[in-house]
Design a protein. Sequence first.
Length: 400
Amino acid sequence: MKLEQLDLRLRGLVILRGLLADPVIGKYAAMLGAAGGGAAAFVTAAAEFEAALFDTGRCWTDYLLDAVLENDNICIRRAASGGAGQAAEQALSAELTVLQQAGEQGLDELLADAPQNLRDACAFLPRWDTHAAGYAAAYAARCAEVGKRGYGMFARHHVFTVEDARLVPVRCPDPQRLSELPGYEAERARVIANTKALLAGLPANNVLLYGDAGTGKSSTVKAIANEYAADGLRLVEVKKNQLYQIPAVMESLADNPLKFILFIDDLSFSSNDDDFAALKAILEGSVGGRSHNTAVYATSNRRHLVKERMSDREGDDLHASDTRQELMSLSARFGLTVTFQRPDKARYEAILLELAKQYGVQMPADQLYIKGEAFALRAGGRSPRVAKQFIELCKSGVQV
């Protein structure tokens, strides 16, 4: 395809127009547009494109194809619900053909019909790598597995936070894996089973992970998100002061083919907390209901989530029993409650031994147990967190 024609076709992208916002593809489009400005303008634009492309270390064909496959557009969003309509699908097919031709053309092919002075001016520029590729077939394959691979930012990231009711990707999420969490296998198995049900489209419960500090409640949720990301699971961390934003987030995710865990860490309320009623409605009490592709996973050190005092049981409340029932009703809305209790001596020693193997700490088992127990006493009690801190200090050679 001639340079001028390719320039016009890129300017006229409709379905895949979002590609022009990509920094490398944007510079490629700018290079095409600079052809009419003379040799100097084109060389400058070409150099800027190549600098951006070479910085990624990618072949141009592969870079453009990956951008196409991850593009968030109306066709991919509606692929799982019957498609976006004939006109949109036809436009998409035509645009994929144009982009494949662009991706397969090197600088020499791009300038084949350009004026001789422009080709001569570009003689010293390096050539980017290309190869033959089937964009339409690759896109069809991606649509077929969009429920696992996702699209847009959901294809590039699997952990998100919330800002102003919008999802923001976490570029460096906690890499915790299930295999790195010794102990509490039975407790985690229940959470994993519920997560698998969510991924399979079966009824899945909201989950409350309750128990002592440092027992691995939050790590369990993060590790599950990492473990099943390739199966279409995404994690959205929501802070307590953002609970009122959850309905908007859930609505934005309702038609997404992926599955989402809305993760609320270290959850607790005071008895007059406005967020208390908001979370009750989110879990089960609103007229909108809960989307089939989301589940709320919360961790807490409080079984009933609400801070209570003895004075709360006194006073002039005529219906004190009803008030207590209301306070306890929130935790009851979590269909699955998993308790993580402080480990006993045997479990703590098993955790120490497994972590020592993972970190390559060479120490006789009896000495490991004695030193690990002494460290736990100084740290305020046994827990997987304390065990990990002890092993990390041993690995780094710090005297413990």
